[in-house]
Ligand binder design. Structure first.
Ligand SMILES: [Mn+2]
Length: 309
């Protein structure tokens, strides 16, 4: 029995949640409802199973602006994504500076410019090498304005994080660039031709769904941690729900057949969550408008809990 007024003794780092209410970087705006869908599917309770203190900092909200169709989303959208990203980056850096574990829920994946740059900038202030990245996603998100077939910014942000020129994210990634040789893609199966060249030239590692099946998910995850962790073990994990097969996770923006089954994803997420050098996690691209029975949001909540054990 605890005495009245006694403060609960939490274990480990506090988890701080930021909702990224952002859909401007995707094909549709539906993913801006992802954070609300995850909260309504029990995010706080699931994270609370860790025995850690969970603080939800609420949403950072993007302003609705018109997207110009075609391979350039337009100056107004670009300006809002930049403004948004700088706000999210500052909020995330504050979480890291408090010594908490950031758990970002989104929201389209263009939020990754801000979150991954925040980790890079925080690491630099600590005198660390830039931590590695484990990117669990159907896509490599490594296009530039020159190679993008769609003009969607959620497919370009990682190129910027690796130091390639993407004007929208130029200021966002300043001081926070990450080392592509410590970036590992898990489950990527829809990589554009231009992107494949970029990813190969930068020296990223791609472990696709067939290789995950061949190695087994546990070995694939440990290999990803080994490469991303480098000499110091530090890494961040980004989980895009479209890494899962659309038959089990229909509530995403870009559906790509041939994705991970839940058993494989669960194993990968559990092992990544237990990595001792885990600096930050994010769960993104939940699109409630394509998720009428809420099953994708529930898997997203489980993913977040596995990454924050
Ligand atoms: Mn993605």
């Amino acid at each position: 029995m605890s005495e009245v007024g006694e403060t609960p003794r939490w274990r480990g780092r506090t988890i701080e949640v930021i909702g990224a209410r952002l859909g401007l970087g995707g094909r549709c705006l539906g993913t801006r409802g992802g954070p609300a869908a995850m909260r309504m599917s029990g995010l706080a309770a699931a994270l609370g199973r860790s025995g850690r203190l969970v603080r939800d900092l609420g949403d950072i909200v993007a302003r609705d602006v018109a997207r110009v169709p075609g391979r350039d989303p337009g100056a107004e959208l670009s300006a809002e994504v930049e403004r948004y990203s700088l706000e999210l980056r500052a909020a995330m850096e504050a979480v890291l500076a408090r010594g908490a574990l950031p758990c970002i829920v989104g929201g389209d994946h263009s939020l990754g410019a801000a979150t991954q740059a925040a980790v890079g900038r925080f690491a630099r202030r600590q005198g660390w090498a830039p931590p590695g990245i484990i990117w669990i996603d159907a896509h490599a998100d490594s296009n530039t304005m020159e190679t993008t077939p769609s003009g969607n910014l959620h497919g370009m942000m990682l190129a910027a994080v690796h130091g390639l020129e993407v004007p929208t994210f130029r200021r966002v990634v300043e001081g926070g660039l990450r080392d592509p040789r410590r970036t590992v893609f898990l489950g990527a199966r829809d990589i554009d031709a231009g992107e494949r060249e970029i990813v190969g030239r930068l020296g990223c590692t791609v472990i696709g769904p067939e290789e995950i099946a061949r190695l087994g998910p546990a070995k694939a995850a440990r290999e990803a941690i080994r490469i991303a962790g480098g000499a110091d073990g530090r890494c961040s994990v980004s989980f895009d729900l479209d890494s899962l097969d659309p038959s089990i996770a229909p509530g995403v923006d870009c559906h790509v057949p041939g994705g991970l089954d839940w058993a494989s994803a669960e194993t990968i997420l559990r092992i990544c969550g237990e990595a001792p050098g885990l600096v930050a996690v994010e769960v993104v691209e939940v699109n409630p408008s394509a998720d009428p029975d809420g099953r994708t949001a529930r898997l997203a909540v489980e993913a977040a809990a596995l990454l924050c054990p």
